[in-house]
Structure formats: C-alpha cells, structure tokens
Ligand binder design. Structure first.
Ligand SMILES: Cc1cc2nc3c(=O)[nH]c(=O)nc-3n(C[C@H](O)[C@H](O)[C@H](O)COP(=O)(O)OP(=O)(O)OC[C@H]3O[C@@H](n4cnc5c(N)ncnc54)[C@H](O)[C@@H]3O)c2cc1C
Length: 598
C-alpha cells in the first residue's frame, strides 16, 4: 500500500475543513484535504450566513463577492394562527421586527447557498487547491507515545480508499476530522455523540413559488394550526426556501416532495401556494448532540457537524462549523511555522470550541421548545412572546455571543478590563467603529485595517497626540511595544508579520504631522521597502461619512488611552492600560504561547 506524508490532513471539504484550509494556505503549511464526493458541493444544504461569518469572509478579503450575490435579511415577519378572527386554520401576520440590531455588527445577515460559500473559500487555496476528491477516509490511529511538543514526527495514520478501490495510508502531524455528522474520524476514535436520542425531522425545499402570500420575500416564521414553517428568501430574486418541521414520528427516508408541498399548502391557508418548480429538496433528521471529546492527544481534532449537531431553525450549523475551522486553522499555522507553542494553542481550541458547542446545544433546545406549539400552549407563551424571544435571540443567532474564557491565548482580568476599555469584552470578537485613515483621510471601519493574514494586532488608542504629554506617552508606549514585537519576530521576515500594530489617535488629526508618528507604527514593509502608512487612524470627523466617535463606541477615555491585543481571528485576547508595566505584561502574555527568537 502506498504512503504519503503531510503536515495537516483535513478529512472532509465542507464548511469546517475549507475554513481551516484557508488559514493553512495563508501560512504556507503543507496540507491536504481528502473528500469523498467527486467534486465540490454543487447545491443544497445550509444557506443562512450570520454577521460573524460575513465578518470572517470580509477579513479574508472575500466579503464583497458574498455581499453582492447574497439576499440581505433586513426584516422579520411573524405569522400565527388567526385565533380571534374566525377560522383557526388560517394564518395572520402578528408583527414585523428588524432582523438585526445595528450595534450587533456593521455587517448584514445574509443568505447565500453553502456551495457558493465553499467555492469562495476554495478560491483562497491557490491555483491548484490540494483537495483530493473521490477519496473516502476509512479510519484513523494515533501513536500516543509522541509528545505534544514533538513537531518532527508524523504520529497520526489515516487510511483512505479512492473511487477505483486503491488504498493509501497518510501519515500526518495533525488530522482534522471535518467529515460531517456521520464522521468516520469520530467513530474510529471511539468517541460518542451525547444528547437527545430522538431526532426531529425537517423538510427543506428550494422552490419557485406561485403565491399571493404578501411576505414571500421576507424572512418569516409561521406558526399555523398544522405546524411551523420558516421562509428564507434566496439570492437572485425568484427562489425561496421553506423549512418545514414535520410531525414527530416522521421518518426522513419516507418523506416525499409531495408531502412537503401539501403540508406547506395547508400551513399557508388562506393564501394560495403553488410551486412552479423545485430546485432542491431534502428531509433530514437532526438531534441535539455533541461529541464527548473534541480531540485525541491534541493530534486529531473534531470540527463542525462531526462534533455537534442541532436543528436548522436558528441557522447555526454551517456557521458554527465554519468557525470551528476558523479557530483551529491559525493555531496550527502558528505551530507548524515554528512561531507558536503547541500546548497552549491546541488546548485553547478544545476549551473554546467545546464551550461554544455546549452553549449552542443549550440554545437550540430552548429555541426548539419555542417553536413547539404544544410547549407554547402548556407554558402560556403567546404569539407576541414568541416573536419577542425570537428577536432577543438575535445576538446569539448572529454569532456574536461567543465569549471565550481565560486560557493560554485569552487573558481575562474581570475586575480591571472594563476600567480600561468599557465596551470591549476580552474573549469576544473585537468590535469595529468608523475611523479616518491618517495618511489619506479615508473614512473606514477600523477592522478593515486588521486583515486576517495570520498576524496578531496591538491596537493602541493613544488619545490626542497633538498634546505634548500624550505625544510623549505614545513615544514611550511605542518603544515598549517595539521591544516586545522584536522578541517574537524572526530575522528576515516582515516586521509586521507576527505581531502587527495599529494606532488610533483622537482629536483633530490636522494638528498632527506624519513625522510625529513613531516609526513603530510606520514599519518598512513590502517589495519596495516603503514606510507602511496604513496602520494609523484618527477618531475624527471625515469628509463625507460623518464622525465615528470610536473612543466613545469602545468606551476608552482619550486621556488614559488603552492597548487592545487582538488575535488573528479577531477575538480580543487582552486589554491593558498604557502604564509603566505595559512592556512586561505584554511580553509575559505573548511568551505564554509564542516562541521567542533566539
Ligand atoms: C443533506 C443536508 C442538508 C442540510 N440542510 C441544512 C439546512 O437546510 N440548513 C442548515 O442550517 N444546515 C443544513 N445542513 C447542515 C449544514 O450543512 C452543516 O451543519 C454544515 O455543512 C456542517 O459543516 P461541516 O464542515 O461540519 O460538514 P459538511 O459540510 O457536512 O462537510 C463534511 C464533508 O466531509 C465529507 N465526508 C464525509 N465523510 C467522509 C469520509 N469518510 N471521507 C472523506 N470525506 C468525507 C462530506 O462529503 C462533506 O463534504 C444540512 C446538512 C445536510 C447533510
């Protein structure tokens, strides 16, 4: 049997596997994806893209295509049984609500099919993406004697078979089990899915409707006398998706398209509902379960549906799966380029994503009950309360409620953090605010200045540096942070490639000259070895887009200033006051997981 060695072997080219691969490609890691299908996903599966996922795509530089092609969800319509109005089998609208509160994200919630999202991620894997299709993984074994710090061995063995029956063995340093709900990797490790033993069956169909239902181009939740239905308008103006919860006891395999269509017709009474065409449909069973373990020896990691499954109501599956891949990808990138220490980085994947999966399942249980007519009746939950709870769940369903606990890569100081930066939470993703770029007066979102190329960010809020005292403080801060960055940046690489820096000043930017900005914030980079001017921003009035009031939005006192340390995946790792302890505390934090240069 032939053998091949690869540093990271990804089993499955779904949302989780591809997102991890985007990072590995950026870090130049030797990796390969094995995929059972004979080519990329073409149609179907998930479609709801949370604001957090849009932010991730934007940070990878592929947000514009997504936003141009997608349906933008702006308003929710709630429909329910017309209890007072005569015929209880008819439905009536109960209310409208905004889909997303403005402060949740500057990005919208959109709908775009999973196949297209996968394609966008594949576009980031180079001209010859290392995806081997028609290859089925059969099992995995780990040599447990190899230490977590050993980066020269290939302790994981994966057996795979291609469509022509050829068997092959892969030896890898790390394996990602991204092989979906029926994961062979998980089964082969002997891990179990814990949780509900019964599965709810959902029908989903992408259809071209012929209807007089007024909210057919809005995201709508319908609670009718015969069951629940969610409308998700699709990209491209004509197609609409229906999610239909089927009666308990339904067997997914026995469901037909006719069943789904006749059920939908009943739900929409008194409106007409006919189907000009059906593009795709499926019926699938979902239980609320998570794997008992997420890793084996910190060499094999489960991601996505392989370690958590839940109902599609809140549109979480694809998003949370993709975000698992997003979490592990940059950590493996750090380790395999020799920048990072394996133990804290790999342990943090398990701590962070196990917690996220557990919370997701708890949330989904509550959300599922809310959709259950019998439960609502027994607990006296009115249609208005249903709509209210649905809207309240907005931050969670947008993917913005994830909060990582203290770990090797998150330094939470509950008592002090909020004194430094009131509206930023360590462990949550770094929010954005509009600022003005110092070099060219362009108004832009600050996160646009933090592209996801694998580096950490030191975001320094220095206050009004036209004032001598603040200018002096900035000079001291720059010298301290330059010492830290130099300790972790190998010779010969760009000075901003491991730990990058961003400066946000406050006040009238025209009172400050470029030459007054310390060199630390204008490092010499790129092919022509130019001073990089794109790392300095002002919280100031712009020419055409108003004032972002960034200091106020972040809750930072310009007189005191602050340092916010942002991870490559844009989660906030630490905040610090600009005091005499800055160099020591920042260095201590990075020493925990980065390897100092000799
Ligand atoms: C038929 C179907 C319909 C769905 N519909 C919806 C929906 O309407 N809404 C929603 O929110 N969610 C839906 N989901 C769930 C959503 O698609 C998942 O939550 C999401 O895709 C999980 O991403 P993932 O990367 O973990 O797994 P997946 O996207 O499932 O990717 C796993 C990949 O691994 C491959 N694979 C599996 N086993 C092997 C093996 N042994 N060897 C090699 N490759 C392997 C698979 O072919 C697949 O490409 C659906 C899932 C399915 C399967």
């Amino acid at each position: 049997m032939s053998e091949e060695q690869v540093d990271v072997l990804i089993c499955g080219s779904g949302s989780a596997g591809l997102c991890a691969a985007v990072w590995l490609a950026r870090f130049g890691i030797n990796y390969k994806i094995l995929e059972r299908r004979d080519g990329p996903l073409k149609i179907g599966q998930a479609d709801g893209v949370q604001t957090r996922t849009v932010e991730i795509f934007d940070s990878f530089g592929i947000g514009d295509d997504m936003l141009r092609e997608a349906y933008h969800v702006l308003e929710l319509a709630f429909w329910a049984q017309n209890i007072e109005g005569g015929n209880k089998d008819n439905i009536k609208r109960t209310r409208y609500a905004p889909d997303k509160e403005t402060e949740i994200s500057h990005q919208p919630h959109v709908i775009l099919n999973q196949a297209r999202l996968n394609e966008l991620m594949i576009s980031q894997l180079g001209s010859n993406p290392p995806i081997q299709y028609s290859t089925e993984v059969k099992g995995v074994e780990v040599d447990e004697s190899v230490d977590i710090t050993d980066l020269s061995s290939y302790p994981v063995k994966v057996d795979a078979v291609s469509a022509d029956g050829t068997h092959k063995t892969y030896r890898a340093k790390y394996v990602l089990g991204c092989d979906g709900a029926h994961s062979i990797i998980r089964k082969s490790l002997g891990f179990k899915m814990l949780g509900d033993s019964t599965d709810a069956v959902w029908g989903v169909m992408d259809i071209y409707p012929l209807t007089n239902f007024p909210d057919i181009r809005k995201k709508a939740a319908i609670n009718s006398s015969v069951g629940n239905l969610l409308i998700i308008p699709r990209e491209g103006d004509h197609m609409v998706r229906f999610y239909i919860e089927l009666p308990s006891g339904t067997m997914a395999k026995e469901v037909t398209l006719d069943d789904l269509q006749s059920h939908a017709r009943k739900i929409f009474r008194p409106y007409e509902m006919e189907f000009a065409d059906t593009f795709w449909w499926s019926a699938y069973a979902i239980g609320q379960r998570r794997a008992d373990y997420f890793h084996k020896n910190h060499r094999v990691f489960l991601t996505g549906d392989a370690c958590h499954t839940h109902s599609p109501k809140a549109g979480q599956g694809m998003n949370v799966s993709l975000q698992d891949g997003h979490n592990i990808g940059w950590k493996l990138g750090h380790i395999l380029t020799g920048l990072g220490k394996p133990k804290p980085l790999l342990e943090s994947y398990v701590i962070e994503r196990e917690k996220t999966a557990t919370e997701l399942i708890e949330f989904d249980r509550g959300f599922t009950k809310l959709f259950n007519s019998k439960y609502r009746e027994e607990h006296g939950i009115s249609q208005e309360q249903f709509a209210e709870k649905f809207v309240q769940a907005g931050r969670y369903t947008a993917g913005q409620a994830v909060r990582y606990d203290k770990s090797g890569v998150v330094d939470v100081d509950e008592g002090k953090d909020k004194e430094v930066v009131r509206n930023v939470t360590v462990g949550m993703r770094f929010p954005t605010a509009q600022v003005v770029r110092f070099c060219d007066a362009k108004a832009m979102q600050l996160v646009k200045g933090l592209p996801a190329d694998g580096q950490w960010y030191l975001v320094v809020f220095a206050g009004d540096v036209s004032v001598a005292e603040k200018k002096e403080r900035l000079e001291k801060v720059s010298a301290a942070l330059a010492n830290v960055v130099n300790r972790f940046t190998p010779a010969g690489v760009s000075p901003d490639s491991v730990i990058d820096r961003v400066l946000v000043i406050s006040g009238d930017r025209k009172k400050v000259e470029q030459e007054e900005i310390p060199d630390f914030f204008t490092p010499v980079t790129g092919k022509w070895k130019q001073k990089n001017l794109f790392k300095v921003y002002a919280d100031d009035e712009s020419y055409n887009s108003g004032h972002g009031h960034a200091y106020e939005a972040y809750g930072i006192d310009p007189a005191k200033g602050a340092l916010v340390i942002v991870r490559p995946d844009h989660y906030v790792a630490k905040v610090s006051p600009l005091d005499d302890n800055l160099e020591q505390s920042t260095q201590k934090f990075f020493e925990g997981f980065l390897s100092p240069v000799a």
